[in-house]
Design a protein around this ligand. Structure first.
Ligand SMILES: Cc1cc2nc3c(=O)[nH]c(=O)nc-3n(C[C@H](O)[C@H](O)[C@H](O)COP(=O)(O)O)c2cc1C
Length: 185
């Protein structure tokens, strides 16, 4: 089971990238998580470019198509998702018949410095994913709040409860991938 980990932040010391790294280290048996850094190379979406899709977009599309599922770690920017993440989703949602998100199992997690731990961003992300006809894991959710306390200076996850929640989410995600693949038309 190959899962592509997408980070919604381009920041070098991103907590969300650290969260994805922790997920990769703790992936349950049978699941491999590959954190991906391709978002920084994706140009701004422009319908005019769709006829000659940029190589970076084609590359990301191929990686998404090949993955059994996506694990998206999003920060919260102004109570929504960062533009770079929405931009990538817009590219991945088009054009027919290359809508690689259709039917794709997706797990949503997120970390922020605030007290609500990306609740609003994850809600916004689920709304966009709904439009893409991907199949987000319904529950559990993982909201990492006050992320500065959850990771050490090297980005290692030091919050035991968050680690346990992450483990539980990944086990459910493995089950979700199996279920959605079984019911694929
Ligand atoms: C433009 C901008 C807007 C932000 N808005 C919010 C917000 O609405 N809610 C929140 O909890 N944190 C907000 N933050 C703080 C981010 O959650 C914090 O910078 C976080 O560490 C970003 O994720 P990263 O560490 O993966 O880069 C904002 C940060 C930026 C740069």
């Amino acid at each position: 089971m190959n899962v592509l980990g997408i980070c919604g932040s381009l920041r070098r010391d991103s907590y969300n990238r650290s969260l994805l790294r922790a997920a990769a280290e703790r992936a349950p048996a049978g699941m491999t998580i590959h954190p991906d850094d391709r978002l920084s190379a994706i140009p701004l979406f422009n319908e005019d470019l769709e006829h000659d899709t940029p190589a970076a977009v084609r590359d990301l599309r191929r990686a998404v198509a090949a993955a059994d599922g996506l694990l998206i770690a999003t920060p919260e920017y102004n109570q929504s998702i960062p533009g770079v993440l929405k931009n990538a989703i817009d590219w991945l949602s088009r054009p027919a018949p290359e809508e690689v998100l259709v039917g794709k199992p997706v797990a949503v997690i997120g970390a922020s410095g605030g007290r609500w731990g990306t609740r609003l961003a994850q809600n916004a992300l689920r709304q966009a994913l709904f439009a893409t006809e991907s199949v987000p894991l319904p529950s559990p959710a993982l909201f990492v709040r006050e992320a500065q306390n959850a990771f050490d200076a090297d980005g290692g996850l030091i919050d035991i409860a968050i680690g346990q929640s992450l483990d539980a989410l990944l086990v459910e995600f493995a089950r979700w991938i199996e279920i959605t693949h079984r019911h694929r038309p």
